[in-house]
Write a protein that binds this ligand. Structure first.
Ligand SMILES: C[S@@+](CC[C@H](N)C(=O)[O-])C[C@H]1O[C@@H](n2cnc3c(N)ncnc32)[C@H](O)[C@@H]1O
Length: 434
């Protein structure tokens, strides 16, 4: 056959909502990756690689058996983790499925299956929630040694998948003394349904005793927005434990008044789902050999973050501020293995602000677009912050700081250079040549 390597999907992809959603994201990543490559043809129902034996990838994932490209394998691994089984004939490894099956499945790529209309796939790809719509719960609540209960993935979850979306059982606004909080919660609980009361009372408390309800609240409340004094308690999200290297991101959607939990890196079946608590108080449980390097990086992240946020420096030394953004990007990638989630989105938004304050619409638009992509992974298309940065990518001059500090970097939005490779583009974007 002339083909000596590839990967298979084991178990095979199904026609279920989560597999459709995850395969769709994978196909979108490939389209983006190869958008300027004339050897890669986007056909109506599949991608054709005009190399070797013209391997193809169908848009309907359940038809997929094989592909033969290293890069595709790496991108697939980022989306499907342990479900990707690689093989290479020169190492005496062979595909899981026989060639008859492979050829049969390839024939089916041309004709889309009727029950998966392009609209339904498009809907799944634009941020609606297949897990919620199809009633699929990708986790179970289990006992976790040393942590009480926690959420554990029931199957492989790809990065960007919405794991959970929940309305609060109750919300508490503003700071209160312990006594005031207890009185407030007693009144709230009385007004709640029996099942909501039961859900609240079944949550863990670290401080039973004189103020039992505020003990439950303080143990479980998640802030409604980063650093917000408003806190809310949820029936399921409150079972998610903390990690300093989390695999999920929690976000309060103020438009919808619900909390979303999205995977920010591929999560393997059986792995615990974790989020970063704002004021966790939990140290990192890395082995000592890795902990020192991690602590150093976290100190560097904090120092860079403070320097980048300094408005007088953005005004007087914007080149330095942008250089710090680039350094921070590298340190974040290292510390979080390339999955820094919302921290990356925030960093790109900082770079947007630096650029737009000096009138550079071209770079500002690119930074806003990168911020949007990072937000989509952690909060979905529907989050207010995703929508805000999306509109800034389209119209950067609409930001309140447009030319607030100077016009010395003035560019138009359409003056983004073309034909640069990734390194050259980043060098242009972060003004490293200057
Ligand atoms: C919101 S609850 C999380 C669910 C909780 N484990 C349970 O059993 O209901 C927060 C509490 O879980 C425990 N917890 C969360 N993350 C932890 C971690 N990484 N290590 C140990 N305990 C943790 C702590 O007792 C914390 O106050």
């Amino acid at each position: 056959m002339g083909i000596d390597a590839g990967f298979d999907m084991v178990p095979r992809l199904s026609t279920g909502g989560v597999d459709i959603h995850n395969w769709g994201r994978f196909i979108e990543s490939l389209k983006e990756h190869y958008k300027d490559d004339t050897q890669v043809e986007i056909k109506p129902n599949y991608i054709n690689f005009k190399a070797g034996e013209h391997p193809q990838l169908p848009f309907e994932g359940h038809k997929f058996l094989h592909s033969y490209i290293d890069t595709v394998t790496r991108i697939a691994q980022a989306h499907f983790a342990s479900r990707i089984r690689c093989w290479h004939e020169s190492f005496d490894e062979f595909g899981t499925y026989d060639w008859n099956e492979v050829n049969e499945s390839r024939k089916s790529y041309e004709q889309p299956d009727e029950f998966e209309t392009p609209t339904s796939i498009a809907q799944l790809l634009t941020g609606t929630d297949p897990i919620k719509e199809l009633g699929i719960t990708p986790f179970e609540i289990k006992d976790i040694p040393g942590k009480g209960k926690g959420l554990v993935a029931c199957f492989n979850i790809s990065s960007g998948t919405r794991i959970l979306c929940e309305k609060p059982l109750l919300i508490v606004r503003g700071a209160r003394s312990r006594e005031e909080l207890e009185t407030f919660l007693v009144a709230k609980l009385k007004a709640m349904s029996k099942s909501s009361q039961r859900q609240f009372l079944s949550l863990h408390t670290n401080s039973p005793g004189k103020y039992p309800f505020s003990g439950i609240f303080k143990t479980n409340a998640l802030p409604c927005g980063a650093g917000s004094p408003i806190g809310a308690v949820y029936p399921t999200a409150c079972f998610i434990n903390h990690s300093c290297i989390p695999n999920a991101h929690n976000s309060w959607n103020s438009n919808e008044e619900h909390e979303t939990i999205d995977a920010i890196r591929p999560i393997k079946s059986g792995e615990e789902i974790t989020i970063p608590y704002d004021h966790g108080g939990f140290g990192c449980t890395l082995p000592p050999s890795l902990l020192q390097a991690s602590d150093n990086r976290r100190t560097q992240i904090q120092t860079l973050d403070e320097a980048i946020g300094d408005p007088s420096r953005i005004m007087s030394s914007p080149y330095k501020s942008l250089r710090d953004c680039y350094t921070l990007l590298e340190v974040l990638e290292q510390e979080f293995d390339g999955y820094a989630g919302a921290l990356i989105a925030r960093l790109y938004y900082d770079a947007f602000q630096i650029s737009i304050a000096h009138g550079d619409q071209a770079r500002a638009s690119m930074f806003a677009e990168r911020a949007r992509k990072a937000r989509v992974i952690c909060e979905g298309e529907d989050s207010p912050e995703t929508l805000r940065v999306k509109s800034l990518a389209l119209k950067p001059a609409g930001h309140r700081s447009f030319e607030a500090y100077s016009r010395k970097w003035r560019t138009t939005r359409d003056s983004v250079p073309e034909g640069l490779d990734t390194v050259q583009f980043n060098s242009w974007l972060f003004r490293q040549e200057s």
